[in-house]
Ligand binder design. Structure first.
Ligand SMILES: Nc1nc2c(ncn2[C@@H]2O[C@H](COP(=O)(O)OP(=O)(O)OP(=O)(O)O)[C@@H](O)[C@H]2O)c(=O)[nH]1
Ligand SMILES: [Mg+2]
Length: 272
């Protein structure tokens, strides 16, 4: 947001030199703080820096070198020359900043699948959850804690058909899952029919493929959510439908907690 409405950043000039051989004070650096995971591009979209480490610094535009005062040009016959060298202008350039979150696991799926509910169950994040699509407007991060390690999960806004071409909110956020090691693809069983659940799965898989073929081959845990609204038999039918198409899935309920233990161990295995 800091860069959304303000586009011109200019460091202050250094001070002028003065009499008695005084040089002017250097102008203060203009520092633009950015979150970890920010990529800096130049005008032709080449990557200048990928700032992934806390405290990492990249100099985008070097200030101009100060000029030399007249004392530098003094000679024995001209001890106070009327000449001095002017300072050089600073570097001016145009850059693009792009944030790609540094999460190990990305939660993806259609709107209303229960991604934010799952994030809330797995981590201490407190995302907004509501029974309508597009509740999540910006990615949420949460940390899944184990005794010996922590895994960062990103819950991104729901994707829809055409997301890879800019439909809905998802396109803007698909890049946030590009760095993840593992995707958790959530499908709500709410349509109640195995065919429709499969359609939803294919819609999202297709958008991932179109956005970046790498994402389509990323290790993925397919999760059928809202197990609690089905009978055991109905759930088994849907799971069978996925398995027969070569996509093993697990069934969970983010609300009752059923299947969450199994999902956690799959996540742990998936990122190791
Ligand atoms: N019955 C049932 N409802 C669930 C379950 N998980 C989530 N829900 C409900 O589904 C609705 C949508 O949940 P969210 O977590 O906001 O869904 P989302 O995938 O984050 O949705 P977007 O942010 O719009 O993409 C909410 O009303 C949840 O309470 C579940 O396991 N069972
Ligand atoms: Mg959400």
């Amino acid at each position: 947001m800091d860069f959304k409405f303000r586009h011109v950043f200019k460091a202050k000039n250094g001070m002028h030199g003065g009499g008695k051989r005084c040089f002017g004070i250097k102008g203060p650096d203009m520092v633009l703080p950015v979150p970890c995971g920010t990529i800096v591009y130049d005008e032709s979209h080449n990557i200048l820096a990928d700032l992934c480490q806390e405290g990492e610094v990249y100099i985008v535009a070097q200030g101009g070198k100060g000029g030399l005062g007249n004392q530098h040009f003094a000679t024995s016959v001209n001890q106070a020359p009327r000449y001095s060298q002017p300072g050089l202008p600073g570097h001016v350039c145009e850059i693009t900043l792009e944030l790609r979150l540094l999460a190990e696991v990305g939660l993806i799926g259609l709107p209303n699948a229960g991604k934010s509910t799952l994030l809330k169950v797995l981590t201490r994040a407190n995302p907004k959850i509501a029974p309508y699509p597009f509740t999540t407007l910006f990615p949420n991060l949460g940390v899944l804690k184990f005794i010996d390690r922590e895994i960062v999960l990103a819950d991104i806004p729901g994707l829809v058909e055409g997301a890879s071409e800019g439909v809905g909110l998802g396109h803007e956020f698909l890049r946030h899952v590009e760095r993840t090691k593992l995707l958790v693809h959530m499908i709500s069983v709410e349509p109640l029919s195995a065919d429709m659940c499969w359609d939803h799965y294919e819609t999202i898989s297709e958008e991932l493929r179109k956005h970046n073929p790498d994402l389509a081959t990323r290790p993925t845990v397919v999760v059928l959510n809202k197990l609690d609204i089905l009978t055991g038999e109905e759930m088994a039918t849907i799971l069978g439908h996925f398995v027969s198409r070569g996509v093993p899935a697990i069934a969970i309920s983010a609300v009752t907690g059923a299947g969450i233990g199994e999902l956690i161990s799959l996540i742990q295995k998936g990122v190791d």
